[in-house]
Design a protein around this ligand. Structure first.
Ligand code: C2E
Ligand code: MG
Ligand code: MG
Ligand code: MG
Length: 282
Protein backbone atom coordinates (compact mmCIF):
# COMPACT_ATOMS: atom_id res chain seq x y z
CA UNK A 1 0.00 0.00 0.00
CA UNK A 2 2.85 2.40 0.91
CA UNK A 3 4.47 1.35 -2.32
CA UNK A 4 1.37 2.20 -4.33
CA UNK A 5 1.18 5.63 -2.70
CA UNK A 6 4.87 6.21 -3.39
CA UNK A 7 4.34 5.40 -7.02
CA UNK A 8 1.27 7.59 -7.25
CA UNK A 9 3.36 10.58 -6.15
CA UNK A 10 5.12 10.70 -9.52
CA UNK A 11 1.81 11.61 -11.15
CA UNK A 12 1.68 14.91 -9.25
CA UNK A 13 4.30 16.26 -11.63
CA UNK A 14 2.54 15.19 -14.79
CA UNK A 15 2.10 18.53 -16.64
CA UNK A 16 -1.37 17.67 -17.98
CA UNK A 17 -2.57 16.91 -14.49
CA UNK A 18 -1.00 20.11 -13.22
CA UNK A 19 -2.93 22.07 -15.84
CA UNK A 20 -6.12 20.27 -14.86
CA UNK A 21 -5.56 21.03 -11.18
CA UNK A 22 -5.14 24.73 -11.94
CA UNK A 23 -8.33 24.80 -14.00
CA UNK A 24 -10.19 23.06 -11.22
CA UNK A 25 -8.92 25.60 -8.70
CA UNK A 26 -10.03 28.45 -10.94
CA UNK A 27 -13.45 26.86 -11.31
CA UNK A 28 -13.69 26.50 -7.54
CA UNK A 29 -12.85 30.15 -6.94
CA UNK A 30 -15.24 31.22 -9.67
CA UNK A 31 -17.96 29.10 -8.18
CA UNK A 32 -17.43 30.52 -4.71
CA UNK A 33 -17.82 34.03 -6.13
CA UNK A 34 -20.87 32.91 -8.11
CA UNK A 35 -22.56 31.77 -4.91
CA UNK A 36 -21.88 35.13 -3.25
CA UNK A 37 -23.14 37.08 -6.27
CA UNK A 38 -26.03 34.70 -6.97
CA UNK A 39 -25.07 34.09 -10.57
CA UNK A 40 -27.44 31.15 -10.95
CA UNK A 41 -30.63 30.78 -12.94
CA UNK A 42 -33.35 28.17 -12.81
CA UNK A 43 -34.52 26.83 -16.15
CA UNK A 44 -37.71 24.84 -16.45
CA UNK A 45 -38.44 21.83 -18.64
CA UNK A 46 -42.04 20.67 -19.08
CA UNK A 47 -43.14 17.19 -18.09
CA UNK A 48 -46.03 15.90 -20.19
CA UNK A 49 -48.79 13.53 -19.09
CA UNK A 50 -49.12 10.83 -21.73
CA UNK A 51 -52.76 10.37 -20.81
CA UNK A 52 -53.88 13.96 -21.39
CA UNK A 53 -50.98 14.97 -23.66
CA UNK A 54 -50.73 18.16 -21.64
CA UNK A 55 -48.02 19.71 -19.51
CA UNK A 56 -48.43 18.45 -15.94
CA UNK A 57 -45.45 20.21 -14.43
CA UNK A 58 -41.87 21.33 -14.81
CA UNK A 59 -38.44 20.16 -13.71
CA UNK A 60 -36.20 22.90 -12.31
CA UNK A 61 -32.69 22.71 -13.79
CA UNK A 62 -29.97 25.04 -12.59
CA UNK A 63 -27.67 27.03 -14.90
CA UNK A 64 -24.73 29.24 -14.08
CA UNK A 65 -24.77 32.65 -15.71
CA UNK A 66 -21.01 33.12 -15.84
CA UNK A 67 -19.88 36.75 -16.44
CA UNK A 68 -17.54 35.80 -19.32
CA UNK A 69 -18.32 32.21 -20.23
CA UNK A 70 -22.09 32.62 -20.63
CA UNK A 71 -24.48 29.89 -19.51
CA UNK A 72 -22.61 27.00 -17.91
CA UNK A 73 -24.26 23.59 -17.77
CA UNK A 74 -24.81 21.89 -14.41
CA UNK A 75 -22.96 18.81 -15.68
CA UNK A 76 -19.87 21.03 -15.68
CA UNK A 77 -20.14 22.66 -12.27
CA UNK A 78 -22.29 20.37 -10.07
CA UNK A 79 -19.48 17.82 -9.57
CA UNK A 80 -17.12 20.60 -8.40
CA UNK A 81 -19.85 22.11 -6.26
CA UNK A 82 -20.38 18.68 -4.68
CA UNK A 83 -16.69 18.30 -3.91
CA UNK A 84 -16.32 21.71 -2.34
CA UNK A 85 -19.58 21.68 -0.42
CA UNK A 86 -20.85 24.72 -2.35
CA UNK A 87 -23.65 22.51 -3.63
CA UNK A 88 -25.67 23.08 -0.46
CA UNK A 89 -25.90 26.84 -0.98
CA UNK A 90 -26.63 26.42 -4.71
CA UNK A 91 -29.18 23.66 -4.30
CA UNK A 92 -30.98 25.43 -1.44
CA UNK A 93 -31.28 28.48 -3.66
CA UNK A 94 -32.72 26.37 -6.51
CA UNK A 95 -35.20 24.80 -4.10
CA UNK A 96 -36.28 28.20 -2.82
CA UNK A 97 -36.63 29.64 -6.33
CA UNK A 98 -38.64 26.64 -7.52
CA UNK A 99 -40.94 26.79 -4.50
CA UNK A 100 -41.41 30.50 -5.06
CA UNK A 101 -42.44 29.74 -8.65
CA UNK A 102 -44.78 26.98 -7.45
CA UNK A 103 -46.33 29.40 -4.98
CA UNK A 104 -47.08 31.87 -7.77
CA UNK A 105 -48.80 29.15 -9.81
CA UNK A 106 -50.79 28.00 -6.80
CA UNK A 107 -52.02 31.48 -5.95
CA UNK A 108 -52.72 32.55 -9.54
CA UNK A 109 -53.36 29.35 -11.50
CA UNK A 110 -52.33 29.38 -15.14
CA UNK A 111 -53.63 25.91 -16.03
CA UNK A 112 -56.91 24.07 -15.32
CA UNK A 113 -55.02 21.41 -13.33
CA UNK A 114 -52.41 22.36 -10.72
CA UNK A 115 -48.83 22.20 -12.00
CA UNK A 116 -46.08 20.27 -10.24
CA UNK A 117 -42.50 21.36 -9.82
CA UNK A 118 -39.60 18.90 -9.53
CA UNK A 119 -36.30 19.79 -7.93
CA UNK A 120 -33.08 17.75 -8.14
CA UNK A 121 -31.44 17.22 -4.80
CA UNK A 122 -27.80 16.54 -4.10
CA UNK A 123 -27.07 13.77 -1.60
CA UNK A 124 -25.10 16.23 0.44
CA UNK A 125 -28.03 18.57 0.96
CA UNK A 126 -30.57 15.83 1.37
CA UNK A 127 -28.54 14.03 4.04
CA UNK A 128 -27.91 17.16 6.11
CA UNK A 129 -29.33 16.66 9.60
CA UNK A 130 -31.56 19.74 9.30
CA UNK A 131 -32.78 19.11 5.76
CA UNK A 132 -36.41 18.49 6.72
CA UNK A 133 -36.40 21.62 8.89
CA UNK A 134 -35.11 23.58 5.90
CA UNK A 135 -37.92 22.17 3.76
CA UNK A 136 -40.45 23.14 6.44
CA UNK A 137 -39.07 26.66 6.51
CA UNK A 138 -39.30 26.99 2.73
CA UNK A 139 -42.87 25.64 2.72
CA UNK A 140 -43.79 28.12 5.44
CA UNK A 141 -42.11 31.08 3.74
CA UNK A 142 -43.41 30.41 0.24
CA UNK A 143 -46.85 29.23 1.44
CA UNK A 144 -46.93 26.37 -1.06
CA UNK A 145 -49.13 23.32 -0.94
CA UNK A 146 -46.33 20.72 -0.80
CA UNK A 147 -48.49 18.09 -2.55
CA UNK A 148 -47.24 19.53 -5.83
CA UNK A 149 -43.58 19.64 -4.88
CA UNK A 150 -41.52 16.70 -6.20
CA UNK A 151 -38.00 15.93 -5.08
CA UNK A 152 -35.71 13.98 -7.40
CA UNK A 153 -32.96 11.86 -5.87
CA UNK A 154 -30.74 9.72 -8.05
CA UNK A 155 -30.93 5.97 -7.84
CA UNK A 156 -27.28 5.62 -6.78
CA UNK A 157 -27.72 8.03 -3.86
CA UNK A 158 -30.79 6.16 -2.64
CA UNK A 159 -29.10 2.78 -2.89
CA UNK A 160 -25.91 3.93 -1.14
CA UNK A 161 -27.69 5.46 1.86
CA UNK A 162 -30.74 3.27 2.23
CA UNK A 163 -31.34 3.60 5.97
CA UNK A 164 -30.82 7.35 6.26
CA UNK A 165 -32.88 7.89 3.11
CA UNK A 166 -35.81 5.84 4.39
CA UNK A 167 -36.16 8.01 7.50
CA UNK A 168 -36.06 11.27 5.53
CA UNK A 169 -38.43 9.91 2.88
CA UNK A 170 -40.96 9.04 5.58
CA UNK A 171 -40.80 12.57 6.99
CA UNK A 172 -41.23 14.08 3.53
CA UNK A 173 -44.10 11.75 2.76
CA UNK A 174 -45.87 12.93 5.92
CA UNK A 175 -45.73 16.42 4.37
CA UNK A 176 -47.29 15.07 1.13
CA UNK A 177 -44.14 15.87 -0.81
CA UNK A 178 -43.66 13.57 -3.81
CA UNK A 179 -40.48 11.53 -4.19
CA UNK A 180 -38.99 10.59 -7.53
CA UNK A 181 -36.07 8.26 -8.19
CA UNK A 182 -33.99 9.99 -10.87
CA UNK A 183 -31.77 8.26 -13.44
CA UNK A 184 -33.53 4.94 -12.80
CA UNK A 185 -31.62 2.10 -14.43
CA UNK A 186 -28.15 3.53 -13.92
CA UNK A 187 -27.60 2.71 -10.25
CA UNK A 188 -28.29 -0.96 -9.59
CA UNK A 189 -31.51 -0.84 -7.61
CA UNK A 190 -32.27 -3.93 -5.68
CA UNK A 191 -35.81 -4.76 -6.72
CA UNK A 192 -36.53 -6.37 -3.38
CA UNK A 193 -35.66 -3.02 -1.75
CA UNK A 194 -37.52 -0.75 -4.09
CA UNK A 195 -40.94 -1.30 -2.53
CA UNK A 196 -39.64 -0.35 0.92
CA UNK A 197 -39.11 3.28 -0.17
CA UNK A 198 -42.22 5.47 -0.35
CA UNK A 199 -41.43 6.56 -3.91
CA UNK A 200 -44.09 8.10 -6.14
CA UNK A 201 -42.29 7.75 -9.45
CA UNK A 202 -39.34 6.26 -11.28
CA UNK A 203 -37.70 8.47 -13.86
CA UNK A 204 -36.25 6.29 -16.59
CA UNK A 205 -32.81 7.54 -17.55
CA UNK A 206 -32.52 8.99 -21.04
CA UNK A 207 -29.87 6.45 -22.06
CA UNK A 208 -32.56 3.74 -22.04
CA UNK A 209 -35.01 5.86 -24.01
CA UNK A 210 -32.30 6.50 -26.57
CA UNK A 211 -31.48 2.79 -26.92
CA UNK A 212 -35.16 2.03 -27.42
CA UNK A 213 -34.93 3.97 -30.70
CA UNK A 214 -31.52 2.64 -31.77
CA UNK A 215 -32.78 -0.89 -31.73
CA UNK A 216 -36.30 -1.11 -33.05
CA UNK A 217 -36.74 -4.88 -32.88
CA UNK A 218 -35.60 -5.10 -29.32
CA UNK A 219 -37.06 -2.21 -27.34
CA UNK A 220 -34.66 -3.01 -24.55
CA UNK A 221 -35.36 -2.47 -20.91
CA UNK A 222 -37.90 0.34 -21.09
CA UNK A 223 -41.03 -1.87 -21.02
CA UNK A 224 -39.63 -3.75 -18.03
CA UNK A 225 -38.87 -0.52 -16.20
CA UNK A 226 -42.36 0.84 -16.82
CA UNK A 227 -43.74 -2.49 -15.61
CA UNK A 228 -41.72 -2.33 -12.40
CA UNK A 229 -42.93 1.20 -11.67
CA UNK A 230 -46.58 0.47 -12.35
CA UNK A 231 -46.64 -2.86 -10.55
CA UNK A 232 -45.33 -1.11 -7.45
CA UNK A 233 -47.93 1.64 -7.67
CA UNK A 234 -45.50 4.24 -8.94
CA UNK A 235 -45.60 6.39 -12.06
CA UNK A 236 -43.05 5.95 -14.83
CA UNK A 237 -41.53 9.10 -16.29
CA UNK A 238 -39.41 8.78 -19.44
CA UNK A 239 -36.66 11.35 -19.81
CA UNK A 240 -34.82 12.39 -22.98
CA UNK A 241 -37.75 11.89 -25.36
CA UNK A 242 -36.63 13.43 -28.66
CA UNK A 243 -38.71 11.79 -31.40
CA UNK A 244 -42.37 11.21 -32.25
CA UNK A 245 -41.50 7.54 -32.60
CA UNK A 246 -40.26 7.33 -29.01
CA UNK A 247 -43.37 9.14 -27.84
CA UNK A 248 -45.65 6.70 -29.66
CA UNK A 249 -43.75 3.72 -28.27
CA UNK A 250 -43.85 5.05 -24.72
CA UNK A 251 -47.58 5.68 -25.06
CA UNK A 252 -48.22 2.17 -26.26
CA UNK A 253 -46.25 0.90 -23.24
CA UNK A 254 -48.49 2.89 -20.87
CA UNK A 255 -45.66 5.09 -19.67
CA UNK A 256 -47.32 7.78 -17.54
CA UNK A 257 -45.19 10.87 -18.18
CA UNK A 258 -42.51 12.02 -20.61
CA UNK A 259 -39.99 14.78 -20.80
CA UNK A 260 -37.54 15.76 -23.52
CA UNK A 261 -36.53 18.02 -26.38
CA UNK A 262 -39.51 16.77 -28.45
CA UNK A 263 -41.75 18.78 -26.13
CA UNK A 264 -39.37 21.54 -25.12
CA UNK A 265 -35.83 22.14 -24.01
CA UNK A 266 -35.40 23.58 -20.54
CA UNK A 267 -36.48 27.23 -20.88
CA UNK A 268 -36.02 30.34 -18.81
CA UNK A 269 -38.72 31.31 -16.38
CA UNK A 270 -40.19 34.15 -18.48
CA UNK A 271 -40.85 31.75 -21.35
CA UNK A 272 -42.78 29.29 -19.19
CA UNK A 273 -45.90 31.43 -19.07
CA UNK A 274 -45.74 31.88 -22.85
CA UNK A 275 -45.47 28.15 -23.38
CA UNK A 276 -48.44 27.53 -21.09
CA UNK A 277 -50.49 30.21 -22.82
CA UNK A 278 -50.31 28.20 -26.05
CA UNK A 279 -51.69 25.19 -24.10
CA UNK A 280 -49.74 22.70 -26.19
CA UNK A 281 -50.97 19.12 -26.42
CA UNK A 282 -49.15 16.05 -27.72
P1 C2E B 1 -31.27 15.14 -14.68
O1 C2E B 1 -31.96 15.54 -13.43
O2 C2E B 1 -31.32 13.71 -15.06
O3 C2E B 1 -31.88 16.09 -15.78
C1 C2E B 1 -32.09 15.71 -17.11
C2 C2E B 1 -31.06 16.32 -18.04
O4 C2E B 1 -31.37 15.91 -19.37
C3 C2E B 1 -31.04 17.83 -18.08
O5 C2E B 1 -29.70 18.24 -18.31
C4 C2E B 1 -31.88 18.14 -19.32
O6 C2E B 1 -31.61 19.40 -19.89
C5 C2E B 1 -31.46 17.02 -20.21
N1 C2E B 1 -32.46 16.73 -21.22
C6 C2E B 1 -33.78 16.97 -21.18
N2 C2E B 1 -34.41 16.52 -22.29
C7 C2E B 1 -33.45 15.97 -23.05
C8 C2E B 1 -33.47 15.33 -24.34
O7 C2E B 1 -34.50 15.17 -24.98
N3 C2E B 1 -32.28 14.88 -24.81
C9 C2E B 1 -31.12 15.01 -24.13
N4 C2E B 1 -30.01 14.55 -24.68
N5 C2E B 1 -31.06 15.63 -22.91
C10 C2E B 1 -32.22 16.08 -22.38
P2 C2E B 1 -29.05 19.46 -17.52
O8 C2E B 1 -30.04 20.55 -17.36
O9 C2E B 1 -27.74 19.75 -18.18
O10 C2E B 1 -28.81 18.83 -16.09
C11 C2E B 1 -27.90 17.78 -15.93
C12 C2E B 1 -27.95 17.21 -14.56
O11 C2E B 1 -27.50 18.15 -13.59
C13 C2E B 1 -29.36 16.81 -14.09
O12 C2E B 1 -29.69 15.56 -14.62
C14 C2E B 1 -29.16 16.79 -12.59
O13 C2E B 1 -28.59 15.57 -12.17
C15 C2E B 1 -28.14 17.90 -12.38
N6 C2E B 1 -28.84 19.10 -11.92
C16 C2E B 1 -29.48 20.06 -12.62
N7 C2E B 1 -29.99 20.99 -11.80
C17 C2E B 1 -29.69 20.62 -10.54
C18 C2E B 1 -29.96 21.16 -9.24
O14 C2E B 1 -30.60 22.21 -9.06
N8 C2E B 1 -29.45 20.48 -8.17
C19 C2E B 1 -28.73 19.32 -8.33
N9 C2E B 1 -28.27 18.72 -7.22
N10 C2E B 1 -28.48 18.78 -9.52
C20 C2E B 1 -28.95 19.42 -10.61
MG1 MG C 1 -33.73 15.24 -12.60
MG1 MG D 1 -32.88 12.33 -14.77
MG1 MG E 1 -30.40 11.73 -16.15
Amino acid sequence: RAKAQGRAKYHVFNPAMHQEAIQLLELENDLRRAVERQEFLVYYQPIVSLITGKISGFEALVRWQHPTRGLVSPTEFIPVAEETGLINAINTWVLQSACHQLSIWQHQPVTPEPLTISVNLSARLFLQPNFVEQIDRIIYETKINPTYLELEITESVIMENTNAIKIIFQQLKQRSIKLVMDDFGTGYSSLSYLHSFPLNALKIDKSFVKRMQDNKENMGLVPAMIGIANSMGMSAIAEGVETEEQLAQLRSLNCNFAQGFLFSEPIEQQLVIKLLAVAPQW
